[in-house]
Design a protein around this ligand. Structure first.
Ligand SMILES: Nc1ncnc2c1ncn2[C@@H]1O[C@H](COP(=O)(O)OP(=O)(O)O)[C@@H](O)[C@H]1O
Ligand SMILES: [Mg+2]
Length: 317
């Protein structure tokens, strides 16, 4: 509804992980080239971790686009709440491998056979699991066994596990030692710096059709977006989207800090707590798609609050 008012062709701050909108910061570029390099050189087992909303799924979607262009076979599992049987069912279905038998050993044999054929044909096969912090120990153990599928020199299946920092913590547990030892490459997504937040907002506006340097958001307003979002793209989108709506309602063509502050207050970003507030104390809004989302967001933000210098090389203990 606000599009024509701001001279836009589409909605610039959609929360979908649309790879067309991928904004390449130095960190994102590093993570993307790490993933591409890892898969291409058959590194075997790669992790991608980062706080909720920092762009992992968007990045994975860009990787998938790139892999599809290269006719690489991919299996993308985005529902990580599965048991071991489902894991094999999903993998075979995603790779389009016919198998009538539901016994795990038969499925594994089929998969191995198919991977060898791909390998002989000079093709790479990649398994990507998103939200991998939710994988259970038995499923992670099965994934470890998949990393054993190899020729004498190379891994047959490239595996990318993408997830929140809890994934790294999980992989540090003694019972997952063997899996951890197989990780050959670790990639990360990070919150944006203030300058990156400015560029990110401008770039999304540009892709959505705004005139160059359109000035829809004043520089101070973008500073305010960075302050409340702590550089987390998902929160930047949320603030900017609602700022556009509110400014359209008020018919103000240039967005100033006050508008952002109001939205932040509306979504209680000015007082985020480690635990999500009870539903009754919250405003309903379709942007908070699930209980888990707001809880994760709250936790992520509170962690950043506690250590404002977080970004660059933070290693979680
Ligand atoms: N580098 C980026 N470029 C463009 N949009 C991004 C970027 N990182 C995140 N986003 C946007 O932020 C939102 C959350 O990103 P998402 O990939 O879902 O994060 P995660 O999977 O880490 O929780 C999405 O709307 C996505 O489009
Ligand atoms: Mg995601």
């Amino acid at each position: 509804m606000y599009k024509s008012f701001f001279g836009l062709k589409e909605n610039p701050f959609n929360v979908n992980p649309d790879p067309r909108y991928l904004f390449l910061t130095k960190q994102i570029e590093e993570a993307l080239s790490g993933l591409m390099y890892g898969v291409q050189t058959r590194k075997g087992f790669i992790t991608l971790t980062g706080e909720v909303g920092t762009g992992k799924t968007t990045l994975v979607n860009r990787l998938l686009d790139w892999l599809h262009l290269r006719r690489t076979k991919t299996a993308f599992l985005f529902n990580s709440r599965m048991n071991s049987n489902q894991l094999f069912d999903f993998i075979l279905a995603e790779f389009d491998i016919p198998c009538d038998n539901r016994s795990k050993s038969q499925q594994l044999m089929k998969l191995n056979q198919w991977l060898l054929e791909r390998y002989r044909a000079g093709e790479t096969a990649v398994l990507i699991v998103d939200e991998a912090q939710n994988l259970t120990f038995p499923v992670l153990e099965e994934i470890r066994l998949l990393t054993n599928l190899e020729t004498s020199t190379e891994k047959l299946l490239q595996i990318v596990l993408s997830g929140q920092p809890e994934l790294e913590d999980k992989l540090k547990l003694p019972q997952l030692r063997q899996l951890r030892q197989r990780i050959t490459l670790r990639c990360r997504t990070m919150p944006m710096t203030k300058d990156q937040t400015h560029d990110y907002i401008q770039e999304r506006l540009r892709i959505a059709g705004a005139a160059p340097q359109s000035g829809i958001f004043s520089p101070k307003a973008m500073d305010t977006v960075h302050l409340y979002s702590m550089g987390i793209p998902r929160v930047i989108n949320l603030l900017c989207e609602h700022a556009l709506i509110n400014s359209f309602v008020d018919q103000t063509p240039v967005i100033e800090p006050k508008v952002i502050e109001d939205v932040a207050r509306e979504f209680q970003l000015d007082e985020v707590e480690p635990i999500a507030p009870p539903a009754s104390a919250r405003q309903d809004g379709d942007v908070f798609q699930s209980e888990a989302f707001i809880q994760n967001l709250g936790e992520a933000l509170s962690r950043f609050r506690m250590s404002p210098s977080v970004p660059s090389s933070r290693e979680r203990k």
